[in-house]
Structure formats: C-alpha cells, structure tokens
Design a protein around this ligand. Structure first.
Ligand SMILES: [Zn+2]
Ligand SMILES: [Zn+2]
Length: 289
C-alpha cells in the first residue's frame, strides 16, 4: 500500500493596501503634523477638551459597546443605548462592530493558533497592528452569524463610514466655529486624527502587550496576561488574563480596586435602568465588585 505524503501549503499573506494607506496617514499626521502645528500655532483648550472627550467616548464605545456588549453579551441594554455606544465605538476607526466582533470571537476561539487574527506567537508587531495591514487567509465571517440578526449592529455596519466621518467632522466644526480655519485645522489634527492614533494604539496594546507581558493568575491555558498599566490607557481592558478565563463577565478587573472604568460605566448604567442582566463569574471570594 502506498502512502500519500501530506503537503502543507504555505499560508498566503498579502498587504491590505487601503488599511495600510489609512493607518500610515494617521501615524504620519500624528507624528509630524501635530508637533508642526503646535510649533507654528499652538493648541487651544477647546482642542484639548475635545481630544479628551472623544478619547473617552470612542474608547468606551469600543470597550463597553463593541467588546463587552456586542462580542461577549456580558449585559443587556435598550436599543437606543446600544446605538449610542456603537456610534461612539465607530468614531475609533476600528471597523464596524460586526467585523470587530467577528475577529474578536475568532481570537478567543483560536487563541495563539494560526487562525487567531492577532496571534501573539507571531511577535509583538504582528499582534499590535501588523495583522490589520495584511490580508489574512481566514477573514471569513462565520463567527458573526448571530450578529447578522441584530438590527442595531447591522445598522451600524451599514452606516459605518458616515459614523467615522462624523467623529472627524465634529472637532473640525467646533474648532472652525471657535477660531476660524486655523482653529478648525488644529482641532481636527489633535481631537480628530491624533486622538484616533492614541485610541487605536491603546486597543492594539491589549492584543500585543497583554499577550506578552504580565501575570497569569487565572490560568496558563493561553498567552493572555493581566497588565494593570495597560488598563490605564484602555478603560480597564488590561486585566486580560481574567478576561480570557471569564469572557462574559462584564468586568475585566474583578476586584473593587482594579482600574476598570468600563465596568463602572456599565454598573452605573444599570443603576439608571439603562443596562441589565450584568453577568459575573462566580468563582468564590476571588471575585468582588
Ligand atoms: Zn486576548
Ligand atoms: Zn474579549
């Protein structure tokens, strides 16, 4: 009897040019454009205020809306609250909630494997942002099938581009009204493009740093790690080892002293009847509010 040798075909990776060009633009404008504008004109308090406001809203839109609500169903809320969270998340330029959740569910299901979209075994830069710049061979949407039936998620997917543009138009319009064209340009650079760069890299740090550096108190079944200082930039998402162990817990930092503004927002929404069915892992005294 003859045996047929198994030939492993190499996995094809090609550049995804639109994303590469877009992210290069955001990076170059932030690294070169922001300090150049600061040198010649300077930023006003309005620019800094909108930078902070949009950093908070778009960052929490990702962590509370995209991640804990849509991807992990760790709580429920009225459709108008969900729509608000997904508009805020859309302002972060991290794709529609449907596409984002599809990638993230695949990350949990295939962690550290070939099909993991941000597989940390491929190194820091691949898991940080390289994966986005490449057309992976596994970009099917089978992990998002339940979301196709969610009218709010599909509405946000349909209007994703106008939502992104509205997040850039807002600082441009406010700066323009306050201080003319130069004011509009400064506010657009700092609170629009620069803010995008920092929110994006915050999210990227969870996929890279929180799979490379930190502690693993909740299990060593995958490469996820708890890293408290990443939580400072990412509204509490740095407690990533806990999150991988208890994915549908609405908290990533389960202890009361863990810096997790996303869980605080969800808990406070629940006090006003705007969130319900908050899911918590029951693993004994380790977990507390
Ligand atoms: Zn992870
Ligand atoms: Zn997750």
């Amino acid at each position: 009897m003859t045996t047929i040798p198994i030939v492993r075909r190499p996995v094809a990776w090609e550049f995804h040019y639109p994303t590469t060009i877009l992210f290069s633009f955001v990076t170059i404008v932030t690294v070169v454009g922001l300090p150049t504008f600061a040198y010649f004109f300077g930023y006003t308090w309005i620019d800094w205020f909108l930078f902070g406001f949009l950093y908070f809203t778009s960052g929490l839109g990702i962590t509370v809306g995209y991640h804990r609500l849509v991807t992990h169903r760790s709580f429920s809320c009225p459709n108008w609250v969900k729509a608000g969270l997904l508009i805020a998340g859309g302002w972060a330029l991290e794709n529609s909630a449907m596409v984002w959740a599809n990638d993230h569910i695949r990350h949990h299901a295939q962690c550290d494997q070939e099909e993991d979209p941000y597989n940390a075994k491929r190194g820091f830069w691949f898991s940080h942002c390289g994966w986005l710049l490449l057309k992976g061979p596994h970009r099917h949407r089978k992990y998002a099938t339940r979301l196709f039936k969610d009218p709010v998620v599909m509405w946000q997917h349909r209007y994703y581009v106008p939502i992104v543009l509205s997040g850039l138009a807002l600082p441009l319009a406010v700066g323009l009204l306050a201080n003319g064209w130069i004011g509009g340009l400064g506010c657009f650079l700092l609170a629009g493009v620069g803010r995008l760069f920092f929110v994006l890299n915050g999210t990227f740090c969870i996929n890279s740093m929180c799979h490379l550096w930190g502690s693993q108190p909740h299990g060593q079944g995958d490469s996820s790690r708890d890293n408290w200082w990443v939580s400072l930039l990412t509204f509490g998402e740095g407690y990533h080892n806990y999150h991988h162990a208890f994915q549908s817990d609405y908290r990533n930092g389960p202890m009361w002293y863990n810096f997790d503004p996303s869980k605080w927002l969800i808990f406070n929404l629940s006090l006003f009847g705007l969130a319900s069915d908050l899911r918590r892992a029951s693993v004994g005294s380790e977990v507390s509010q």
